[in-house]
Design a protein around this ligand. Structure first.
Ligand SMILES: C[S@@+](CC[C@H](N)C(=O)[O-])C[C@H]1O[C@@H](n2cnc3c(N)ncnc32)[C@H](O)[C@@H]1O
Length: 202
């Protein structure tokens, strides 16, 4: 995600404004908790938190400057219940208790085109196993992208760990769209897959 380096943004500043910057277990609330991984500038997750104030949404973003853009939206819209984590999906098991999350959203994740980099995709088996661990038994994963190859290639692994609920290769415009989705829509279809945790993985 392209975002200029913001000179005034640093770790201490984000921390003082409530962003979770330490790698430690996060207590989810009694209300249903939903996690977006690689939230970018946060339009999707803030729109969900606004629409469903009784839920607890968590945004995980690895880039500090991009993370600040989520924080700006949280403050402007007074979304006190939204949690923002400056962190890497590789540490998911350090952040979340087992079976504590209702749903995970992956929106327009980096496609990592070279075969030798496919393991870095947020739809790679290493990540899918972590999603299974932190999701509740009836939890779901939703994956949306404009990248046809990433979508089709990811289906193979997604269907190993999750039971498909929906595959859509031309997703309609919706109320909850990311910055990327708005930018990419004019150029082609948007793909979406939704699955729920498989109880027994072969
Ligand atoms: C292509 S952008 C999409 C941003 C946003 N989801 C959207 O659709 O507008 C991918 C985002 O994922 C973040 N990201 C990539 N790998 C990540 C990881 N391992 N953990 C957390 N965030 C990650 C990047 O910093 C970037 O902001």
């Amino acid at each position: 995600m392209r975002q200029k380096k913001l000179k005034y943004v640093n770790l201490e500043m984000l921390k003082s404004l409530g962003v979770i910057t330490d790698i430690k277990k996060i207590e989810t609330k009694d209300t249903p908790s939903y996690l977006e991984i690689g939230s970018g500038k946060g339009q999707f997750i803030t729109s969900l938190q606004k629409a469903y104030p009784s839920h607890h949404y968590l945004a995980l973003e690895v880039n500090m400057n991009v993370c600040y853009r989520i924080l700006e939206k949280k403050m402007e819209q007074k979304l006190d219940d939204l949690s923002i984590i400056l962190g890497d999906a590789n540490h998911l098991l350090d952040y979340f208790f087992e079976h504590s999350i209702e749903g995970i959203y992956l929106n327009f994740s980096d496609p990592w085109l070279k075969a030798k980099h496919h393991k870095r995709r947020l739809t790679a088996p290493k990540f899918l196993r972590m999603y299974q661990t932190i999701l509740k038994k009836d939890g779901f994963l939703q994956f949306r992208t404009d990248h046809q190859d990433l979508f089709e290639e990811s289906l193979f692994d997604l269907e190993k760990y999750f039971e498909t609920i929906e595959i859509n290769r031309n997703l309609e415009v919706s109320e909850h769209m990311t910055e990327y989705e708005e930018k990419k829509r004019p150029y082609g279809p948007i793909y979406q897959w939704i699955g729920k945790v498989k109880q027994h993985v072969e």
